[in-house]
Write a new protein. Structure first.
Lengths: 649, 100
């Protein structure tokens, strides 16, 4: 019964968007409660649909003809329903938090309107039943991200960060679009019956085995390119740390919990395609592992509390990609593992960002060096952030522990099957780094003595409430749900009759799925690394400080310099790529435009003007000349007519 | 009875005289006079042929033509008077404000 109203999952937030953008100025709190209520409505609908389809193990699929070979539709399968639940739940929490956090901002109505539009677009992205519709919502969340990063558009850095986010993700989006077109042309060549919707997921899944193998690798890599842009994977991750210029709630909602996971969701959604193209899957694993490691090293040295979390997000997204990439070894179970980490991550990362927001709200600075000892005035925020940090580092029994463990096991099996040990090595080292930077953040912020005279007060209950709820999820959601979750989401593709054995033949996998048996050390290693990391952070940064960071690095340490300058990405991307390569290309195009395109047009107009200039001399303005011409003409005409008549006779 | 050919000769002569005037003169009033001569040569033709074939249509037509010529002369001279006020001359060569 709920599934009949599935369209309202997107409809309600859209309605909230329309109401707040037109009427929000006249309502108390910018009409924020409308957006909150609409998101709660979407949450209730999602829960209702989940209760309908979970026990019966069915899916909801509604579709309507759009044009030509395209349809619009709603597809709610296990993969989509868990995303729907996660997005609507986390967005509800964040919108409630924003009621307190954004209070008093002159653009409040605009904030809630854009947040409502974003919620709608994200939910729509998740339940799309074809690639084209998904792409439309994909672009829509990109626009909302742009608008919300640049929410304080009078700040030049916010405006330029918004532009950067938009342009960098655009590089990925173009690849996604190209992949989609390539997929479409290949599907069109199969000669499916007239009226088949070629980009519908079901059609794609069913016909994968008929597609040429080389084409599939290209399509998978192009689609992964889109995911790289959206999910901030190396080398297109540069926009995500800058996106922290937006309000903290935006960072929590868009750049931690929901939108950046869209890329992971896309790869998970197209997993059968990737499975049939093992080379692409290997690229996914390597990029994911490398990103996890690479971003974590930068998270170690940042002083801006939000930037540490931003790098942590990139790093965790790398983990998700890594787990999907390990699907070559573990099959569709990889989707269950990756999505479990995605959902757990959205809880604890949204929590961490909201805690950071709560701290920033009170302390009024982003710089951790100016904080210290905040726990004394902000007990709730500090403790919930501790919960978030524990979940993030994968402390035993928290949500993050289960998912991270499974990812590392999958990566280990990936190595076992001769697909490279590097992703596993990256993943394992990152566990240590994650623990160090998370607790460096926690200790420098909440522990020790206050280093400046900041505002000391706890945030209002409307902000603390969501923190507590999210903290409970971050700590305790993992254990009771994990096995059911892996089964439920991991078997997502059974609903479409995807035969992974058949796809393995297409992809050239030679893997016995039962042979996997990892040594005990693999199971225990993450725990050792994470506890060790926490201890290291405690030694360096907490009140029981025994060691000074100076003993590891010095001011002139080249490694420290490189990491602090973020591996010179800015210099490479902006200084070299943008200003040399792209600018050079632009100059060449400019010359082409001026000389050849404009040149041709100008030549034509010059010719016309010149011709006209010559011809106008006939118009002397002297009547006598005209008369002479007329008489002469008449005479000639008469002679011709006369001669003509004589010839005729 | 004057033969028809003489009328036609007279009309042709007048036509050529008018045309010659139009082509050589610069003075606005002279041009108007030349136009009148042209018009009247046509009128003579009309009346001559009307008398030759017993048919009054041509004479009616000539009457209309004379009335029109009067109107045309009225408008034409009014324009010339205004031009004279504006430029102090009716030498049409000098009136070339709209020329390229």
């Amino acid at each position: 019964m709920y599934s009949d109203y599935a369209y309202l999952i997107v409809g309600l937030p859209i309605l909230a968007f329309v109401l707040t953008i037109f009427l929000g100025w006249h309502l108390p709190k910018g009409g924020g409660f409308i957006t909150v209520l609409a998101t709660i409505g979407a949450l209730i609908l999602s829960v209702g649909i989940f209760k309908e389809i979970f026990p019966t193990d069915t899916i909801v699929h509604q579709s309507a003809h759009w044009f030509a070979n395209f349809n619009v539709g709603i597809l709610i399968d296990p993969l989509a329903i868990v995303m729907l639940l996660m997005v609507s739940f986390v967005c509800t929490m964040i919108h409630i938090f924003a009621l307190g956090y954004m209070d008093g901002d002159p653009g409040l109505a605009r904030y809630f309107a854009e947040a409502g539009l974003f919620t709608a677009a994200m939910l729509g992205l998740v339940f799309s039943d074809n690639l084209l519709q998904l792409f439309i919502f994909w672009e829509l969340v990109g626009v909302c991200s742009y608008l919300l990063i640049g929410f304080w558009y009078r700040k030049p850095c916010a405006a330029s960060a918004a532009k950067k986010a938009f342009l960098v993700t655009r590089v990925g989006d173009i690849m996604f679009l190209a992949g989609m077109i390539l997929l479409y042309t290949n599907m069109a060549k199969l000669g499916l019956p007239e009226g088949t919707y070629l980009l519908q997921f079901q059609t794609i899944y069913e016909n994968l085995v008929h597609l040429p193998s080389g084409q599939m690798t290209a399509i998978a890599l192009l689609i992964f390119g889109g995911a790289v842009g959206k999910s901030g994977q190396f080398p297109l991750h540069v926009w995500l740390p800058d996106a922290m210029e937006g309000p903290t709630t935006v960072s929590a909602m868009i750049h931690a919990a929901t939108m950046v996971t869209a890329g992971v969701y896309l790869v998970a959604r197209m997993f059968p395609l990737f499975y049939a193209a093992p080379n692409a899957l290997m690229v996914v694993a390597y990029i994911g592992g490398f990103t996890a490691f690479f971003a974590a090293t930068m998270g170690l040295v940042m002083f801006d509390i939000k930037r540490v979390l931003a790098y942590s997000t990139i790093s965790q997204l790398g983990y998700m990609m890594l787990s999907l990439g390990a699907g070559a070894a573990v099959g569709a179970a990889a989707v269950g593992v990756g999505i479990f980490h995605l959902v757990g991550h959205s809880f604890f990362k949204a929590l961490l960002f909201l805690c950071a927001g709560s701290v920033i709200h009170a302390v009024d600075t982003n710089d951790m060096r100016e904080m210290g000892g905040v726990l004394r005035s902000m007990k709730w925020t500090g403790l919930t952030m501790l919960a978030g940090a524990l979940a993030l580092v994968g402390f035993p029994l928290t949500t993050g522990f289960y998912s991270k463990d499974e990812i590392l096991v999958a990566a280990f099996e990936n190595g076992l099957y001769g697909l490279g040990w590097l992703p596993y090595a990256f993943g394992a080292v990152t566990v240590l780094l994650t623990a160090v930077y998370s607790f460096r953040l926690w200790f420098t912020t909440f522990d020790g003595e206050p280093r400046t005279d900041y505002g000391k007060h706890e945030s209002p209950w409307v902000m603390v409430g969501p923190l507590v709820i999210l903290a409970i999820c971050a700590l305790f959601m993992g254990y009771p749900t994990q096995d059911t979750f892996y089964d439920y989401v991991g078997n997502n593709f059974d609903h479409y009759g995807v035969d992974f054995d058949e796809l393995a033949v297409v992809g050239g996998h030679h893997i016995e799925h039962e042979a996997a048996h990892e040594p005990f050390i693999i199971k225990i290693l993450p725990i050792i690394l994470c506890v060790g990391g926490i201890l290291i952070a405690a030694l360096f940064y907490s009140r029981w400080k025994k060691l000074d960071p100076g003993i590891v690095t010095s001011k002139n340490d080249p490694l420290r310099k490189i990491v602090l300058r973020r591996y010179y990405q800015h210099e490479i991307y902006t200084g070299w790529l943008a200003e040399k390569v792209v600018y050079g290309l632009a100059l060449v195009s400019n010359v082409f435009d001026l000389k050849i395109v404009d040149g041709a047009v100008n030549k034509i107009s010059k010719l016309t003007v010149g011709l006209g200039g010559n011809v106008r001399r006939v118009q002397t303005g002297v009547i006598q000349n005209y008369i002479t011409a007329i008489v002469l003409g008449l005479t000639v005409l008469l002679v011709v007519v006369k001669l003509g008549m004589e010839v005729a006779i | 009875m004057v033969p028809l050919v003489l009328y036609v000769l007279l009309a042709s002569t007048m036509f050529v005289v008018g045309l010659y005037g139009l082509m050589t003169q610069r003075n606005g009033i002279k041009l108007m006079m030349c136009v009148e001569i042209l018009l009247n040569s046509a009128n003579i033709n009309l009346v001559a042929f009307s008398a030759h074939l017993p048919n009054v249509d041509g004479q009616v037509f000539a009457l209309f033509s004379i009335a029109l010529a009067a109107a045309e002369a009225g408008v034409g001279f009014a324009i010339l008077i205004l031009l004279y006020r504006l430029y102090g001359t009716i030498e049409l060569d000098n009136i070339n404000a709209l020329r390229w």
